[in-house]
Design a protein around this ligand. Structure first.
Ligand SMILES: [Zn+2]
Length: 276
């Protein structure tokens, strides 16, 4: 019996489109090839953009595509105390610091960009030793320099394009990201923090994600080491591009699965189109 566990983890901040369908079907295929489980997780820590109606639509659309998963579904917004407790472990080690810089201030001061092309944080608030607490809305950042000094060189295993290919070892370079935000303003967490905690909590063995998430995996590998979490095997799948050459989710011409269903498309036709 295989103990492989995989997950599809969308954010309910809009309707699913073909790019999501591809990722979900891909993950389900890997789970079946490995004789393992396919789980759904709702990554809704951004409470300003995520909505219950989108969460319900995700469940409905995935069922319509023919996917199913065990209950209960993990919902990140129900787990804020758990994320807060993990972050608390990093404060006494001097690995986090408060920051009240705005996006614009950071962009104005920054002299370099991260792998996603965003301005790298210049560490101003680390030098100033900003106080947090109270009802002050403030974010906290991971001190990458300290963190990397603590863990030493990090690597992880990449597998693919099929689960039966030869695994490859890759070295992580989290320092390319600078001091990333680990707790966003008004929440005890961020995408990076929640995803590694939940992959460990759900016993995820293989993370299948789009190539746009390849570089960010270096941050996740660092956090797993700092927090004593299990490191899954990673696979990076292709991205569906729109006619404008951009990733489908960001593209203008990406109809939602509900639009496609309303226009008479069948789940079988979508599967065939995506190669499943
Ligand atoms: Zn700052």
């Amino acid at each position: 019996m295989s103990s492989a566990v995989l997950r599809f983890a969308p954010s309910p901040n809009g309707y699913l489109h073909l790019g999501h369908a591809y990722s979900a079907l891909y993950t389900d295929l890997w789970a079946r090839q490995l004789g393992g489980a396919f789980l759904l997780r709702l990554e809704d820590t951004d409470i300003t953009r995520c909505k219950p109606e989108f969460a319900r639509a995700i469940v409905e659309d995935l069922h319509w595509l023919g996917l199913d998963w065990p209950q209960p579904v993990m919902v990140q917004s129900e787990r804020f105390p758990i994320y807060a407790a993990f972050a608390e472990r990093l404060w006494p080690r001097g690995l986090l610091y408060h920051c009240d810089c705005t996006r614009q201030e950071i962009a104005e001061r920054s002299t370099a960009t991260d792998p996603d092309g965003a301005p790298i944080y210049d560490g101003k608030c680390k030098r100033h030793g900003l106080a947090g607490g109270g009802d002050r809305q403030i974010q906290s950042r991971l001190d990458l320099h300290e963190a990397v000094a603590l863990t030493g060189p990090l690597s992880f295993t990449v597998l693919g394009p099929t689960p039966f290919d030869r695994p490859q070892i890759r070295y992580a370079r989290p320092e390319l990201w600078g001091d990333v935000v680990l707790q966003r303003k008004g929440t005890p967490t961020s995408y990076h923090l929640s995803v590694v905690i939940d992959d460990d909590a759900q016993g995820i063995t293989h993370v299948t994600r789009g190539r746009d998430m390849e570089a960010a995996t270096d941050i996740h590998v660092l956090l797993q080491m700092l927090l004593g979490l299990k490191q899954p095997i990673y696979n990076f799948h292709r991205l569906l591009l729109g006619a404008d050459g951009r990733k489908l989710s960001k593209s203008k011409d990406s109809p939602s699965l509900r639009d496609l269903r309303a226009s008479g498309k069948t789940p079988g036709a979508i599967r065939a189109e995506l190669g499943f």
